[in-house]
Design a protein. Structure first.
Length: 123
């Protein structure tokens, strides 16, 4: 795995999905980024330490980046207290939704089975 660069995303900067068109800071170390075609989350190397190594950036050779379709559930699961108010729910409810997303993905891709195991998600 590549070492986390710690490079902070910014408008017009680059992401694994292309040029960043929109950025929303969830916390000082977590940002939601969008490009013209896709997006995801950037997690600082300090905050990423809270994510078990086997669950970090599972698809990308870009540590700190989590794509919006499935990998975002990893970020939501680990940082549920930050995301719950944005989603209008409780941290426990958000964590369960994220876990359900990851369990569903694990049925189709064994990589997410490893992610679930690393996060302690059963079933």
């Amino acid at each position: 795995m590549t070492t986390h660069t710690g490079t902070v995303p910014h408008l017009g900067g680059t992401s694994p999905w292309g040029r960043i068109d929109h950025i929303e800071w969830i916390s000082p170390g977590i940002a939601s980024v969008s490009t013209s075609s896709h997006g995801g989350y950037w997690v600082s190397y300090i905050d990423e330490e809270q994510i078990p190594p086997a669950a970090r950036s599972p698809w990308l050779d870009k540590p700190g980046w989590y794509e919006e379709d499935v990998d975002a559930a990893i970020v939501a699961y680990v940082f549920a207290p930050l995301f719950a108010p944005l989603a209008g729910t409780t941290p426990d409810a958000l964590r369960e939704r994220a876990a359900a997303n990851l369990r569903g993905s694990a049925r189709h891709n064994p990589l997410y089975g490893k992610v679930c195991a690393a996060l302690g998600i059963k079933g």
